[in-house]
Design a protein around this ligand. Sequence first.
Ligand code: SF4
Length: 330
Amino acid sequence: MAVQSMTNTPTRDIEATVEQISQLEQAGCEIIRVAVPDLESSQVLGRVKEKINIPLVADIHFSGKIAMESLKQGVDKLRINPGNFPQKELEGIIKLAQEKGVPIRVGVNAGSLEQEMLDKYGGATAEAMVESALKSVKTMEKYGFENLVIALKASDIHRTIKAYELLSEQVDYPLHLGITEAGTKFSGTIKSSIGMGYLLLQGIGDTMRISLSTDPVEEVRVAWEILKTLELREKGVQIISCPTCARASINVTELAPQVEEMLQDIKKPLKVAVMGCVVNGPGEAGEVDLGVVGAGKKAMIMRKGKDNRFIEKENILEELKKEAEDICRE
Ligand code: SF4
Protein backbone atom coordinates (compact mmCIF):
# COMPACT_ATOMS: atom_id res chain seq x y z
CA MET A 1 0.00 0.00 0.00
CA ALA A 2 1.61 3.24 -1.16
CA VAL A 3 0.81 6.64 0.34
CA GLN A 4 -0.12 9.29 -2.18
CA SER A 5 -0.92 12.97 -1.92
CA MET A 6 -1.64 15.90 -4.20
CA THR A 7 -0.09 19.33 -4.36
CA ASN A 8 -2.17 22.48 -4.05
CA THR A 9 0.38 24.92 -5.46
CA PRO A 10 0.00 26.28 -9.01
CA THR A 11 1.83 23.52 -10.89
CA ARG A 12 3.44 26.00 -13.28
CA ASP A 13 5.18 27.57 -10.24
CA ILE A 14 8.08 25.13 -10.25
CA GLU A 15 9.71 26.43 -7.07
CA ALA A 16 6.54 26.32 -4.95
CA THR A 17 5.52 22.93 -6.34
CA VAL A 18 8.92 21.33 -5.77
CA GLU A 19 9.07 22.84 -2.25
CA GLN A 20 5.69 21.34 -1.37
CA ILE A 21 6.60 17.96 -2.85
CA SER A 22 9.83 17.96 -0.80
CA GLN A 23 7.83 18.58 2.38
CA LEU A 24 5.44 15.78 1.43
CA GLU A 25 8.32 13.40 0.65
CA GLN A 26 9.82 14.23 4.04
CA ALA A 27 6.48 13.35 5.70
CA GLY A 28 6.38 9.97 3.91
CA CYS A 29 4.54 10.65 0.64
CA GLU A 30 5.47 7.97 -1.90
CA ILE A 31 3.55 9.09 -5.02
CA ILE A 32 2.65 12.69 -5.82
CA ARG A 33 -0.15 13.87 -8.08
CA VAL A 34 -0.30 17.34 -9.56
CA ALA A 35 -3.24 18.94 -11.34
CA VAL A 36 -2.30 20.04 -14.84
CA PRO A 37 -4.94 22.60 -15.80
CA ASP A 38 -3.11 24.25 -18.71
CA LEU A 39 -0.39 23.69 -21.26
CA GLU A 40 2.09 25.89 -19.38
CA SER A 41 1.76 23.61 -16.33
CA SER A 42 2.36 20.50 -18.43
CA GLN A 43 5.49 22.06 -19.93
CA VAL A 44 7.24 22.37 -16.54
CA LEU A 45 6.62 18.77 -15.42
CA GLY A 46 10.02 17.54 -16.62
CA ARG A 47 11.78 20.20 -14.54
CA VAL A 48 9.64 19.38 -11.50
CA LYS A 49 10.40 15.68 -11.93
CA GLU A 50 14.16 16.33 -12.05
CA LYS A 51 14.02 17.88 -8.59
CA ILE A 52 11.95 15.26 -6.76
CA ASN A 53 12.52 11.65 -5.74
CA ILE A 54 9.04 10.14 -5.94
CA PRO A 55 6.82 9.21 -8.92
CA LEU A 56 4.94 12.12 -10.45
CA VAL A 57 1.32 11.70 -11.57
CA ALA A 58 -0.25 14.21 -13.96
CA ASP A 59 -3.96 14.79 -13.41
CA ILE A 60 -5.55 15.83 -16.71
CA HIS A 61 -9.16 16.66 -17.26
CA PHE A 62 -10.15 17.52 -20.77
CA SER A 63 -7.19 18.28 -22.98
CA GLY A 64 -5.50 15.63 -25.08
CA LYS A 65 -2.77 18.14 -25.90
CA ILE A 66 -1.95 18.58 -22.19
CA ALA A 67 -1.98 14.80 -21.65
CA MET A 68 0.43 14.29 -24.56
CA GLU A 69 2.76 17.04 -23.36
CA SER A 70 2.74 15.57 -19.82
CA LEU A 71 3.76 12.18 -21.19
CA LYS A 72 6.52 13.77 -23.27
CA GLN A 73 7.77 15.51 -20.12
CA GLY A 74 8.31 12.08 -18.56
CA VAL A 75 5.56 11.79 -15.93
CA ASP A 76 5.26 8.41 -14.21
CA LYS A 77 1.49 8.08 -14.38
CA LEU A 78 -1.49 9.83 -15.96
CA ARG A 79 -4.87 10.28 -14.38
CA ILE A 80 -7.59 10.80 -16.96
CA ASN A 81 -11.24 10.13 -17.56
CA PRO A 82 -11.27 8.42 -20.99
CA GLY A 83 -14.86 9.59 -21.60
CA ASN A 84 -13.67 13.21 -21.66
CA PHE A 85 -11.52 12.80 -24.77
CA PRO A 86 -12.48 12.49 -28.43
CA GLN A 87 -11.56 9.06 -29.80
CA LYS A 88 -8.61 10.26 -31.85
CA GLU A 89 -7.06 12.11 -28.90
CA LEU A 90 -7.57 9.13 -26.61
CA GLU A 91 -5.90 6.82 -29.12
CA GLY A 92 -2.88 9.16 -29.24
CA ILE A 93 -2.62 9.30 -25.42
CA ILE A 94 -2.87 5.52 -25.08
CA LYS A 95 -0.30 4.90 -27.82
CA LEU A 96 2.24 7.23 -26.22
CA ALA A 97 1.57 5.90 -22.70
CA GLN A 98 2.08 2.39 -24.04
CA GLU A 99 5.37 3.31 -25.71
CA LYS A 100 6.61 4.92 -22.52
CA GLY A 101 5.29 2.19 -20.19
CA VAL A 102 3.30 4.76 -18.23
CA PRO A 103 0.26 3.52 -16.27
CA ILE A 104 -3.02 5.35 -16.52
CA ARG A 105 -5.40 5.82 -13.65
CA VAL A 106 -9.04 5.88 -14.65
CA GLY A 107 -11.95 6.20 -12.38
CA VAL A 108 -15.00 7.83 -11.14
CA ASN A 109 -15.90 10.64 -8.85
CA ALA A 110 -19.51 10.42 -7.65
CA GLY A 111 -19.82 14.17 -8.09
CA SER A 112 -19.12 14.07 -11.81
CA LEU A 113 -20.77 10.84 -12.93
CA GLU A 114 -22.10 10.86 -16.50
CA GLN A 115 -25.81 11.55 -17.03
CA GLU A 116 -26.37 8.12 -18.58
CA MET A 117 -25.42 6.39 -15.30
CA LEU A 118 -27.33 8.87 -13.16
CA ASP A 119 -30.46 8.19 -15.20
CA LYS A 120 -29.98 4.42 -15.22
CA TYR A 121 -29.43 4.10 -11.46
CA GLY A 122 -31.49 7.07 -10.27
CA GLY A 123 -28.42 8.88 -8.93
CA ALA A 124 -24.74 8.40 -8.19
CA THR A 125 -25.10 5.03 -6.48
CA ALA A 126 -22.23 2.62 -5.83
CA GLU A 127 -23.50 0.45 -8.69
CA ALA A 128 -23.54 3.45 -11.03
CA MET A 129 -19.98 4.32 -10.04
CA VAL A 130 -18.78 0.78 -10.67
CA GLU A 131 -20.49 0.54 -14.06
CA SER A 132 -19.02 3.88 -15.06
CA ALA A 133 -15.52 2.81 -14.00
CA LEU A 134 -15.86 -0.51 -15.84
CA LYS A 135 -16.94 1.38 -18.93
CA SER A 136 -13.68 3.36 -18.80
CA VAL A 137 -11.72 0.16 -18.24
CA LYS A 138 -13.38 -1.47 -21.26
CA THR A 139 -12.57 1.55 -23.39
CA MET A 140 -8.89 1.27 -22.44
CA GLU A 141 -8.86 -2.51 -22.91
CA LYS A 142 -10.35 -2.08 -26.36
CA TYR A 143 -7.10 -0.35 -27.30
CA GLY A 144 -5.07 -3.14 -25.71
CA PHE A 145 -4.11 -0.95 -22.74
CA GLU A 146 -4.11 -2.80 -19.42
CA ASN A 147 -1.53 -0.86 -17.41
CA LEU A 148 -4.39 0.58 -15.38
CA VAL A 149 -5.17 1.75 -11.86
CA ILE A 150 -8.80 2.36 -10.89
CA ALA A 151 -10.26 4.80 -8.37
CA LEU A 152 -13.84 5.17 -7.19
CA LYS A 153 -14.43 8.23 -5.12
CA ALA A 154 -17.42 9.46 -3.17
CA SER A 155 -17.54 11.77 -0.18
CA ASP A 156 -19.48 9.34 2.03
CA ILE A 157 -18.07 6.09 3.29
CA HIS A 158 -21.08 3.79 2.73
CA ARG A 159 -21.10 4.42 -1.00
CA THR A 160 -17.33 4.33 -1.29
CA ILE A 161 -17.03 1.04 0.59
CA LYS A 162 -19.80 -0.60 -1.41
CA ALA A 163 -18.35 0.60 -4.71
CA TYR A 164 -14.85 -0.71 -3.93
CA GLU A 165 -16.21 -4.01 -2.65
CA LEU A 166 -18.25 -4.49 -5.84
CA LEU A 167 -15.38 -3.48 -8.09
CA SER A 168 -12.76 -5.61 -6.35
CA GLU A 169 -14.92 -8.68 -7.05
CA GLN A 170 -14.86 -7.90 -10.77
CA VAL A 171 -11.33 -6.75 -11.63
CA ASP A 172 -7.74 -7.54 -10.72
CA TYR A 173 -6.37 -4.09 -11.53
CA PRO A 174 -4.68 -2.12 -8.73
CA LEU A 175 -7.14 0.09 -6.85
CA HIS A 176 -6.45 3.59 -5.59
CA LEU A 177 -8.41 4.32 -2.40
CA GLY A 178 -9.80 7.62 -1.24
CA ILE A 179 -12.78 9.21 0.42
CA THR A 180 -12.93 12.29 -1.72
CA GLU A 181 -13.60 15.74 -0.29
CA ALA A 182 -13.62 14.06 3.12
CA GLY A 183 -13.70 17.38 4.97
CA THR A 184 -11.59 19.27 7.45
CA LYS A 185 -8.56 17.91 9.25
CA PHE A 186 -10.66 16.66 12.17
CA SER A 187 -13.82 15.35 10.51
CA GLY A 188 -12.06 14.23 7.34
CA THR A 189 -9.52 12.24 9.31
CA ILE A 190 -12.26 10.35 11.12
CA LYS A 191 -14.25 9.74 7.95
CA SER A 192 -11.22 8.58 5.97
CA SER A 193 -9.94 6.38 8.78
CA ILE A 194 -13.23 4.53 9.10
CA GLY A 195 -13.81 4.19 5.36
CA MET A 196 -10.32 3.26 4.33
CA GLY A 197 -9.66 1.22 7.44
CA TYR A 198 -12.67 -0.95 6.62
CA LEU A 199 -11.44 -1.53 3.06
CA LEU A 200 -7.81 -2.03 4.00
CA LEU A 201 -8.72 -4.65 6.59
CA GLN A 202 -10.40 -6.61 3.79
CA GLY A 203 -7.22 -6.42 1.74
CA ILE A 204 -8.72 -3.97 -0.75
CA GLY A 205 -6.53 -1.17 -2.09
CA ASP A 206 -3.03 -0.64 -3.47
CA THR A 207 -2.50 3.11 -3.16
CA MET A 208 -4.28 5.62 -0.93
CA ARG A 209 -4.81 9.31 -0.59
CA ILE A 210 -6.46 11.08 2.31
CA SER A 211 -8.29 14.20 1.04
CA LEU A 212 -8.36 16.93 3.67
CA SER A 213 -9.04 20.67 3.49
CA THR A 214 -5.70 21.47 5.06
CA ASP A 215 -1.97 21.31 4.39
CA PRO A 216 -1.40 18.11 2.34
CA VAL A 217 1.41 17.15 4.72
CA GLU A 218 -1.39 16.33 7.17
CA GLU A 219 -2.91 13.97 4.58
CA VAL A 220 0.31 12.01 4.48
CA ARG A 221 0.58 11.88 8.27
CA VAL A 222 -3.00 10.63 8.56
CA ALA A 223 -2.43 7.99 5.86
CA TRP A 224 0.60 6.68 7.72
CA GLU A 225 -1.24 6.65 11.04
CA ILE A 226 -3.98 4.54 9.44
CA LEU A 227 -1.46 2.09 8.01
CA LYS A 228 0.46 1.89 11.30
CA THR A 229 -2.72 1.45 13.32
CA LEU A 230 -3.84 -1.40 11.06
CA GLU A 231 -0.32 -2.85 11.32
CA LEU A 232 -0.09 -2.95 7.54
CA ARG A 233 3.11 -0.92 7.44
CA GLU A 234 5.63 0.44 9.90
CA LYS A 235 7.27 3.84 9.97
CA GLY A 236 8.40 6.22 12.66
CA VAL A 237 6.92 6.82 16.05
CA GLN A 238 3.58 5.53 17.25
CA ILE A 239 2.37 7.10 20.49
CA ILE A 240 0.46 5.23 23.16
CA SER A 241 -0.83 7.65 25.78
CA CYS A 242 -3.47 7.54 28.46
CA PRO A 243 -6.42 9.97 28.69
CA THR A 244 -5.27 10.89 32.24
CA CYS A 245 -7.41 10.98 35.36
CA ALA A 246 -7.13 12.11 38.97
CA ARG A 247 -4.27 9.65 39.51
CA ALA A 248 -1.99 11.27 36.92
CA SER A 249 1.25 12.63 38.31
CA ILE A 250 2.61 13.94 34.99
CA ASN A 251 0.77 16.17 32.52
CA VAL A 252 0.11 13.63 29.75
CA THR A 253 -2.15 15.91 27.71
CA GLU A 254 0.70 18.39 27.31
CA LEU A 255 3.50 15.88 27.17
CA ALA A 256 2.18 13.34 24.64
CA PRO A 257 1.85 15.83 21.72
CA GLN A 258 5.26 17.28 22.62
CA VAL A 259 6.82 13.82 22.49
CA GLU A 260 5.09 13.10 19.18
CA GLU A 261 6.36 16.32 17.64
CA MET A 262 9.86 15.94 19.06
CA LEU A 263 10.25 12.46 17.57
CA GLN A 264 8.45 13.04 14.26
CA ASP A 265 11.61 12.87 12.13
CA ILE A 266 12.49 9.38 13.32
CA LYS A 267 11.94 6.96 10.44
CA LYS A 268 12.56 3.71 12.29
CA PRO A 269 9.39 2.08 13.76
CA LEU A 270 9.27 3.01 17.44
CA LYS A 271 6.38 2.66 19.89
CA VAL A 272 6.50 5.23 22.68
CA ALA A 273 4.15 5.28 25.70
CA VAL A 274 3.32 8.34 27.77
CA MET A 275 1.34 7.24 30.84
CA GLY A 276 0.07 9.28 33.78
CA CYS A 277 0.63 6.97 36.71
CA VAL A 278 1.82 3.60 37.94
CA VAL A 279 -1.65 2.00 37.85
CA ASN A 280 -1.67 1.17 34.11
CA GLY A 281 1.56 2.88 33.15
CA PRO A 282 4.17 0.17 33.69
CA GLY A 283 1.97 -2.41 31.92
CA GLU A 284 1.54 -0.30 28.77
CA ALA A 285 5.02 1.21 28.78
CA GLY A 286 6.51 -2.20 29.45
CA GLU A 287 5.14 -3.60 26.19
CA VAL A 288 6.63 -0.97 23.91
CA ASP A 289 10.09 0.28 22.93
CA LEU A 290 10.16 3.29 25.19
CA GLY A 291 7.89 4.73 27.82
CA VAL A 292 7.55 7.37 30.47
CA VAL A 293 5.28 6.87 33.46
CA GLY A 294 4.28 9.34 36.15
CA ALA A 295 5.58 7.96 39.45
CA GLY A 296 4.68 10.32 42.28
CA LYS A 297 7.24 13.09 42.54
CA LYS A 298 9.40 11.54 39.81
CA ALA A 299 8.90 10.08 36.35
CA MET A 300 9.96 6.59 35.39
CA ILE A 301 11.60 5.88 32.04
CA MET A 302 11.15 2.35 30.72
CA ARG A 303 13.10 0.93 27.83
CA LYS A 304 11.86 -2.30 26.22
CA GLY A 305 10.01 -3.13 29.41
CA LYS A 306 13.13 -3.15 31.55
CA ASP A 307 16.02 -0.89 32.57
CA ASN A 308 13.55 1.27 34.51
CA ARG A 309 15.00 4.39 36.00
CA PHE A 310 13.60 7.39 37.82
CA ILE A 311 14.23 10.90 36.55
CA GLU A 312 13.17 14.44 37.44
CA LYS A 313 9.93 15.42 35.70
CA GLU A 314 11.47 18.48 34.06
CA ASN A 315 13.92 16.22 32.21
CA ILE A 316 11.33 13.94 30.60
CA LEU A 317 11.58 15.29 27.04
CA GLU A 318 15.36 15.41 27.06
CA GLU A 319 15.69 11.87 28.47
CA LEU A 320 13.13 10.42 26.05
CA LYS A 321 14.93 12.00 23.10
CA LYS A 322 18.26 10.55 24.20
CA GLU A 323 16.76 7.10 24.70
CA ALA A 324 14.90 7.20 21.36
CA GLU A 325 18.05 8.16 19.48
CA ASP A 326 19.97 5.47 21.28
CA ILE A 327 17.39 2.79 20.38
CA CYS A 328 17.48 3.95 16.74
CA ARG A 329 21.25 3.63 16.67
CA GLU A 330 21.14 0.04 17.94
FE1 SF4 B 1 -5.34 7.49 34.98
FE2 SF4 B 1 -3.01 6.30 35.40
FE3 SF4 B 1 -4.76 5.25 33.62
FE4 SF4 B 1 -3.50 7.49 33.03
S1 SF4 B 1 -2.55 5.49 33.39
S2 SF4 B 1 -5.70 7.11 32.82
S3 SF4 B 1 -3.36 8.49 35.00
S4 SF4 B 1 -5.02 5.42 35.82
